[in-house]
Ligand binder design. Structure first.
Ligand code: GAP
Length: 454
């Protein structure tokens, strides 16, 4: 195993994320709710910047990709067709002695839903919670989709599900999108949005959630080109992760064996990130073949085949799907960005976010609260603010304020001092080098835009 580059344990990360306003327990004042977390001011900004970077890279930069935004609740027939009602299940077992519930596959250390195989593996294992031997119930499966009912009457005819992946809505709109945009194969439909899974054992902070966001791209392609598109998607996903500043040594590909693949995939690979608890799935890339379009054609009765003008033949396109969870990525980005160093005998903690995803791009810091400095600092704020997140802070000593901005990863601090009143210039401090430069106020916006690469 590679040595983790990140310097935080899970406990440290969780407490850092709360203390610095990145991630809070959902319903914190009521003691939280397992599997649900809220993003604080810096976490939500970081997540938005990650989503925007993904969208720019995989939608705006591609002439053959368009984005959509589909409903969280769909006709339940969609989930019947996709196979989720029948097969989107996880195996679980209970300890008869302490009543603790576990994911059977996690306990057995094998990635499979084969209940017989799991029970064989569990036979000689002691319960990790109470140490009892031979105490597990037989493994059974558990439906992971959250159920709800639509309308005032709560009976089976009104049952619906919260989507477990954003992909379903894309497949159901494939034909509308193709027709209205006149796209030819290969083309992609992207979506960013919430997904819900009633995970048996949510945990590891925001790694395994019951409500999370996905960034998914369904790339429709001729079956003959599916392999090439799959390989290209693997490389593009890795390149983008590296562009966010994740370190190469914390990333690796993990090809799926037959019993690791989702029910719809012919081939699939994870890009894993080295979290404090080991290399785990961050980004999945799958060749879903024509599984989805075939299933939806059958269930809906609509012909979803594609007419190839060159050959005059009809066929069902294959789908290559790269999919990544926003929160899992946010966690990886925080772990990777965290750094600690000694400066003049004092410890400095700094989040080395790349400027494109840093939650605060610039902080405006008047040296004192004197009205004339505040006035000029507010003018500097107005000059810079508008297109990206800028913070204004006039409390505490300037040293403490620099440290605070370092701890949330702000790339540039702008200090307005008494000299500024005379020379109409400010001091700009760069986060990583801590180098300072005097810049005229009139040039400040252009200087920062250039430095930030925005
Ligand atoms: N449409 C394909 C799909 O949903 P997946 O591997 O189940 O595939 C894709 O999910 C990505 O969504 C994962 O790689 C992960 O980043 C994220 N993800 C899945 N389940 C999650 C959960 N319970 N909590 C947080 N993120 C999750």
């Amino acid at each position: 195993m590679n040595k983790p580059k990140n310097k935080l344990s899970m406990e440290e990360l969780t407490s850092y994320a709360k203390r610095r306003g990145f991630v809070f327990q959902a319903s914190d004042i009521y003691g939280g709710i397992a599997g649900f977390w809220d993003l604080g001011p810096y976490g939500s900004e970081l997540a938005d910047n990650i989503k925007s970077s993904w969208w720019k890279n995989f939608v705006y930069k591609k002439s053959n990709v368009v984005g959509i935004n589909t409903a969280i609740i769909q006709n339940p027939k969609l989930w019947k067709a996709s196979g989720h009602i029948e097969t989107f299940v996880d195996p679980m077992v209970d300890c008869k002695a302490c009543k603790h519930r576990f994911r059977a596959d996690h306990l057995a250390g094998v990635d499979t839903n084969d209940l017989k195989k799991l029970d064989e593996k569990l036979v000689n294992l002691a319960c990790p919670s109470c140490d009892a031997k031979d105490s597990f119930t037989p493994s059974r499966t558990f439906q992971m989709m959250f159920k709800t009912s639509v309308g005032p009457v709560q009976d089976a005819s009104n049952e619906a599900y919260l989507r477990p992946e954003t992909a379903g809505g894309i497949f159901a709109q494939y034909e509308n999108v193709r027709e209205t945009t006149r796209k030819k194969l290969p083309f992609g439909i992207a979506q960013i949005g919430k997904a819900f899974r009633n995970e048996i054992t949510p945990g590891d902070f925001i790694f395994r959630l019951r409500e999370f966001s996905q960034m998914e791209l369904e790339l429709f392609t001729h079956p003959d080109q599916a392999k090439d598109q799959y390989e290209a998607s693997k490389a593009a996903a890795m390149d983008w992760l590296l562009s966010l500043g994740l370190s190469q040594e914390n990333l690796q590909y993990h090809d799926h064996a037959d019993d690791e693949r989702a029910h719809y995939a012919e081939a699939s690979v994870d890009i894993q990130y080295q979290y404090p608890f080991g290399f785990k799935e961050l980004y999945g890339i799958a060749n879903r073949t024509d599984y989805d379009l075939q299933a939806h054609s059958k269930e809906s009765g609509k012909d979803l085949s594609y007419f190839d003008e060159l050959t005059g033949k009809r066929f069902l396109p294959f789908v290559i799907e790269p999919s990544v969870g926003v929160e899992r990525l946010l966690m990886a980005v925080m772990l990777d960005a965290y750094d600690k160093e000694e400066v003049n005998g004092e410890e400095r903690v700094v989040m080395r976010f790349t400027p494109q995803i840093a939650p605060v791009k610039v902080a405006i810091l008047p040296l004192s609260k004197k009205p004339e400095l505040s006035k000029l600092a507010n003018e500097a704020f107005d000059l810079v603010a508008g297109d990206y997140n800028v913070e204004y802070d006039e409390t505490q000593s300037i040293g403490k304020r620099y440290r605070r901005q370092d701890e949330i990863g702000t790339p540039y601090c702008v200090t307005v001092d008494f000299e500024s009143l005379e020379d109409k210039a400010v001091t700009v401090r760069e986060r990583d080098t801590m180098k300072q430069e005097r810049i005229k106020l009139v040039d400040l916006r252009a200087y920062l835009d250039d430095k930030l690469g925005l």
